[in-house]
Structures are given as structure tokens and as C-alpha cells.
Design a protein around this ligand. Structure first.
Ligand SMILES: Nc1nc2c([nH]c(=O)n2[C@@H]2O[C@H](COP(=O)(O)OP(=O)(O)OP(=O)(O)O)[C@@H](O)[C@H]2O)c(=O)[nH]1
Ligand SMILES: [Mg+2]
Length: 137
């Protein structure tokens, strides 16, 4: 596909850290892009939104939690052919509320060393490696 026609999507991706340094994963609904795979919760940054605003909105919408603090982890750019994603990935180190799959998504709290057992979208490998490096596993 010609570069000019390709969709570019800026995505707020949250690596949500819980008790025992476990990470919250959500399963993408089957009908969506990369459906059926596990993901780090988040979604598209709207025009005029900061990354902090987008992360707060997405995690409220998807999980009913409020972000208290977040810190940058990694930026990943990946070309899916039909669209190009910019995964603006942050560790959510503090939040309030109890995460729930508001949209019916299955959730899992996973240790860094167990991330390798989950099937992620193709773009996610550098994120998984950055998480494992940060958490030392
Ligand atoms: N949230 C999230 N999106 C990811 C990850 N990895 C990855 O390639 N993506 C891609 O980023 C894109 C945007 O994410 P999204 O579908 O969650 O966006 P969204 O929540 O705003 O959804 P919507 O616009 O369908 O309501 C999708 O194409 C998705 O496949 C990931 O780990 N987490
Ligand atoms: Mg989403």
C-alpha cells in the first residue's frame, strides 16, 4: 500500500503493574484487529489529547481504573501493512480502583517471566523485552 494512503495510529499502551510486580493483560475481542490475542490495555490517542489524558481515558473506559502515576517505558513503531502503529508505551505504576473487564474482556495478572507464554500482536515483542529487562526476569 502506498505510504500516503496508510493509516497512522498513535496508541497509548499501558503496562499496568500490580502486586508482586504482576502485569495486567487483557484479551482482545475476536472481531477487532489482532482479535483473540492478549494485549496491554490502552487505545488510540484522540486529536488534542496528551498521552496522559488518553491513557487515563482508555483505562477508565476499558478497566474502570484511574491512573495515578505513569512513567515512559518504550516507543514501538510497527507496520501491519494496512496500518502503521506507534505504540507509546508507559508503565502505570500506581492506579486506583479494581480492574474489571468493562467490555467483557478476559483479564490476567501475569509475572514478567510468564509473558512469553501469551500470544501478543506482532508489534509487541520489544515491549515484552523491555518489561522483562525492567523487572529483571
Ligand atoms: N491497546 C493495545 N493496542 C495494541 C497493542 N499492540 C498492538 O499492536 N496494538 C494495536 O494498536 C491499535 C489500537 O488499539 P485499540 O484497538 O485498543 O484502540 P482503541 O481501544 O482506541 O479501540 P477502538 O478505536 O476500536 O475503540 C490496534 O490496531 C491494535 O492492534 C497492545 O499491546 N495494546
Ligand atoms: Mg483498546
Amino acid at each position: 500500500m502506498a505510504e500516503g494512503q496508510k493509516k497512522h495510529v498513535h496508541v497509548a499502551v499501558g503496562v499496568i503493574l500490580g502486586a508482586d510486580s504482576r502485569i495486567l493483560l487483557a484479551k482482545r475481542p475476536d472481531h477487532l484487529h489482532m482479535g483473540g490475542r492478549w494485549e496491554f490495555p490502552g487505545g488510540k490517542v484522540e486529536p488534542e489529547e496528551t498521552i496522559q489524558q488518553a491513557m487515563s481515558r482508555e483505562l477508565r473506559e476499558e478497566l474502570a481504573i484511574d491512573v495515578v502515576s505513569m512513567e515512559k517505558l518504550i516507543e514501538v513503531r510497527h507496520d501491519y501493512g494496512d496500518k502503521q502503529v506507534f505504540l507509546d508505551t508507559w508503565c502505570v505504576t500506581e492506579f486506583s480502583g479494581e480492574p474489571a473487564g468493562v467490555e467483557g474482556q478476559q483479564l490476567a495478572w501475569v509475572s514478567a517471566s510468564a509473558l512469553a507464554d501469551y500470544h501478543f500482536p506482532d508489534a509487541n515483542q520489544p515491549i515484552v523485552e523491555a518489561v522483562q529487562a525492567k523487572l529483571g526476569s
